[in-house]
Design a protein around this ligand. Structure first.
Ligand SMILES: [Zn+2]
Length: 588
């Protein structure tokens, strides 16, 4: 499709470089067909971004790492002073906005909207180009390329338009919006590099949702204020989020917080979403980046969905430009606040006693509608009966469990996949120069209930408890000593504290510690058990006490041998011991 325009554009670019390239300022370079319920394929999307790259010196399309299907990821960078090197952009004091599209390729509004937006920004449509004096915009055209290539008219069963879309899973059938910390996919590893190169001040990930039906075309999962230190939390709560909701209301498409209820009446209240680090904006929050998600409602026409994301992108870029300096300063302040914290929350719970009232435009529930398919009553909404009401928005989260912040973690090199991911996230560390015995606080994993089914390629550990002990443990030359108080502090704690929601432990990176490697045979342990009882008279006394109290125990050779083994130095101390040690300069 883009080839048709190619010679024409090239000619123009040579004659009229710069922001005002197009001869007719209202002429759009990218020819999108969202009005026909058609969203471009991956090849067409990249082709159109390439057209913009060729037409404007203020933009480049670059390859930015690999993806699981063997095709490279791209970033499209818009920078008015033609600085495209991330380090130089950061040094120049500009604010960075990163936009990620097509993580779920069946949810493609952001792909169309970003093309439309990039084109308008570059041709200085309605003086939008002025924002580029303050902001550099980085767009990932399509993140899940494998999913986008797996395109079909039969991918989204609840979604009427566009007529064809990509598939949710990537080439390795991973849901990339669960992969930001475990990084199983090449896509996620490439994203991690892009993310740290650009260190975006503001980040947007575009999606589409089903479930509850209401009058809004676009909803928002905002950066959750409670997830951020006070400086950013206050700014989000009092300034940025109200400005985004108000700003959208002034345009054609009003914005509402994401509605999570499935087939329920929103008048029973809606709940703010709190994303953990496996998700895009939970991840960006670890680095004090203001990450947010747009969720279009699938029941609305595709052209409206695209235009509503365009409206939001325009508003967000303008807001970021006008408040860029402030946002960057508050991120610095938030980092200082994080580094001063003595305690760190590992889990959160919704405060059901706290809510605010918001205006909500819904549809009445209809439980009696008879399905034309089954002839049976179907629960749903009646779009012929819209209402506007005041509803409760529950959005206050409080820490449910916190841990004291250690000064260092000692991370053994033996678990390489952990070190690789920490290095990818630019975690500062030193390596032990020689084998060293260190006094550390370690956790034993107890009461672990195994997952029955795999989830995103793992048997995620949902249910277990921990018991801490202070021990002297031998670490080896080359093991990592990680100071906690650094830029990646939140990442370090969220990934290394086993009970954190998306820790390396939860995602099976340390499962080998759950096996008992040695043990004893009731026959072969005889001589050593006898010697042990001689060496440990206290244990011998305990054994005798137990024998006289419990005749069944006294009659069982195996039970007694197990008792001696489990309560003596023969017992395997490293069994179920999570191998990352904590160092506290003062006892917590
Ligand atoms: Zn999605």
């Amino acid at each position: 499709m883009h080839l048709k325009y190619f010679p024409f554009i090239l000619g123009m670019a040579l004659l009229l470089p710069g922001l005002a390239t197009a001869a007719d300022p209202e002429e759009r370079l990218v020819k999108l067909r969202y009005e026909e319920n058609y969203s471009p394929t991956w090849e067409e999307t990249i082709g159109m971004f390439r057209l913009l790259d060729e037409a404007y010196k203020e933009a480049v399309l670059v390859e930015a790492g690999m993806t699981d299907c063997g095709k490279p990821l791209h970033t499209f960078i818009i920078s008015s002073d033609r600085t495209f090197d991330p380090a130089k952009v950061k040094a120049s004091g500009k604010t960075v906005l990163l936009v990620n599209n097509g993580i779920h390729p069946g949810e493609p509004e952001g792909i169309d909207a970003s093309l439309l937006f990039a084109g308008d920004l570059l041709r200085n449509h309605q003086n939008m180009g002025r924002w580029l004096e303050e902001v550099v915009v980085v767009i990932i055209p399509v993140y899940n390329i494998g999913g986008a290539l797996n395109r079909s008219a039969y991918n989204r069963s609840g979604q009427a338009t566009p007529y064809e879309t990509g598939f949710r899973g990537n080439a390795a059938n991973l849901d990339l919006n669960r992969d930001f910390t475990k990084c199983d996919s090449e896509n996620a590893r490439s994203f991690t590099q892009i993310f740290h190169q650009w260190d975006p001040d503001v980040f947007l990930d575009t999606h589409t949702t089903n479930g509850s039906d209401h009058q809004y075309c676009i909803t928002l999962i905002p950066p959750h204020p409670d997830q951020y230190p006070p400086a950013l939390s206050r700014f989000l709560d009092r300034e940025m989020l109200p400005a985004l909701y108000t700003g959208m209301k002034q345009g054609e498409y009003e914005l509402i917080p994401y509605v999570d209820w499935f087939y329920e009446d929103a008048r029973s209240g809606i709940v703010g979403t709190f994303e953990s680090p496996r998700y895009s904006i939970g991840y960006s929050g670890l680095f004090h980046s203001l990450g947010m998600i747009t969720e279009n409602l699938i029941y609305k026409p595709f052209p409206d969905r695209v235009k509503s994301v365009y409206q939001f992108l325009t508003l967000l870029t303008g807001y970021t430009a006008e408040n860029g300096k402030k946002i960057r300063e508050l991120r610095e302040e938030a980092l200082r606040e994080t580094m001063e914290a003595r305690e760190f929350p590992l889990s959160w719970r919704l405060d059901s006693t706290s809510w605010q009232m918001i205006e909500f435009k819904g549809y009445e529930m209809d439980e009696q509608q008879v399905s034309a398919v089954t002839g049976v009553a179907r629960k749903g909404y009646d779009r012929s009966r819209p209402y506007t009401d005041s509803i409760r928005y529950y959005n206050k989260y409080v820490p449910a469990e916190s841990v004291p912040v250690p000064d260092y973690y000692v991370v053994p090199q033996a678990w390489k996949p952990v070190l690789e991911r920490m290095a990818l996230n630019r975690i500062q560390h030193t390596k032990l120069l020689r084998d060293t015995v260190i006094r550390v606080t370690v956790d034993y994993i107890e009461d672990l209930k195994g997952a029955v089914r795999p989830y995103n390629g793992h048997y995620y550990h949902d249910s277990f408890t921990t018991r801490s002990e202070v021990q002297e443990i031998r670490f080896y030359a080359g093991d990592w000593l990680v100071p906690v108080r650094q830029k990646g502090m939140r990442y370090i704690i969220e990934m290394l504290e086993p009970k954190a929601n998306d820790s390396f432990f939860r995602w099976n990176f340390y499962d080998s510690v759950l096996d008992q490697r040695e043990y004893f045979s009731p026959y072969g342990f005889e001589e050593n058990a006898l010697r042990t009882l001689t060496e440990l008279p206290e244990l011998k006394k305990e054994l005798e006490k137990r024998r006289s109290a419990d005749p069944a125990f006294a009659a069982s050779h195996n039970a007694q041998m197990a008792f001696i083994y489990n309560n003596s130095p023969w017992f395997e101390k490293s069994w179920r011991r999570y191998p990352v040690g904590r160092i506290f300069s003062s006892q917590p």
